[in-house]
Design a protein around this ligand. Sequence first.
Ligand code: PDD
Length: 282
Amino acid sequence: MRYSLWNDRIVLDEEVIIDRQDRGYQFGDGIYEVIKVYDGEVFTLSEHLDRFYRSAEKIKLVIPYSKDKLIRLLRDLVQKNNLATGHIYLQITRGISPRQHHFPENSKPVLVANVQVNPRPLANFENGVKATMVEDIRWLRCDIKTLNLLGPVLAKQEAYENGCYEAILHRDGVVTEGASSNVHGILDGVLYTHPVNNLILNGITRNVMLACANEIGLTVKEHAFTLEQLKDMTEVIVTSTTSEITPVIEIDGHIVGTGKPGEWTRKLQKQFNATIAAVVRV
Ligand code: PDD
């Protein structure tokens, strides 16, 4: 039996009813989070929920539950589903109302969360992946984790059709992030990453990875870089909740560094694993 969280109740999956007039369905008017679970323990839950509340505030949506209550409910959801390793998908929309663009007066937000079994992609961590460059056609509020994902969906499809794992997005040749990850390059002992602003999502994994860089003595520069500069980096990585620290070994046929995950990447992955192990028993 599988269970979902529906507003503030844990119910059987089949009991969840999504109304066709839900503004999430009609406008993508809502926000979401993807949160990793390792061996039954939810990783960086507090950080994800902080971003969830921040995203909500930015779209003027009031989440009708406290953070403590959501923490309790999401942990219960993981337990009830006996989830070992996988992730929680959590979303909230502005609610149900006859279709009109401006906010309805009396709609109640609709929250849904479910879990998915999802083993860590260890082969990607080990061997690295290919990426392709795609123009970033998204709006100018990429800091909000909105349900509107058409830009990333189109970019990811292009990557998929090119046999690539990720699309590296750029605005006028300046790399912003991946379709569903943050992108970083390493050159001469310095890790370069796009600064946190409205053009990227402030990734939770990015922040954990930056702490790891600090711990292993890798200098971090939060500077944007161009596609040409990215190609000259000796190591390129993408980070996200599900991709963790994934090395990129080829970009549109161009071989990154030696064509194998580099030494700094290996050290970062090791430190990242130690960080996970410190909070969960993996
Ligand atoms: N994606 N940038 C974008 C555009 C993303 O969609 C994501 C996450 C990230 C990385 O954020 P984090 O480290 O907090 O997961 C960066 C999630 C995993 C998804 O949509 O599936």
